[in-house]
Design a protein around this ligand. Sequence first.
Ligand code: THU
Length: 138
Amino acid sequence: MQAPQDLFEQATRARERAYSPYSKFQVGVAVRAKTGTIITGCNVENASYGLTICAERVALSHAVSQGILEFTQMVIVTDTDPPTPPCGACRQFIYEFASNLEIWTCNLRGTHRHFHLSEILPEAFGPATLNKARESKS
Ligand code: THU
């Protein structure tokens, strides 16, 4: 299933802005808010390596800083074959805001993979888990 063209184009452009002098691995993301607004992100590395932030988390944090908390679709662009899936930390981060987000991973040659977050993060821990824990105590 082809990724939405507008998200693909914006993620591809964001990828070009990746700050990845250490890994040289560029990742671009575009996410669509429920309102229709598109927000982008790229990976931002750091000389201390462990402080590196993935493009998915940059995009969602960028959106949250604009007051946007609800999302419908995400496109991730890398230059790999097959396209790169989001890392485990990013899956968890996405789950916080969109428990079944529709995701495409794409490469520059037009190969697209499509899935929903629940397929790649089953039995997830999230806000509802904490609410249930609170309810069972009261
Ligand atoms: N990276 C992402 O941006 N998203 C992922 O889901 C996987 C990894 C980045 C982090 C780092 O800058 C580079 O790719 C190599 O791991």
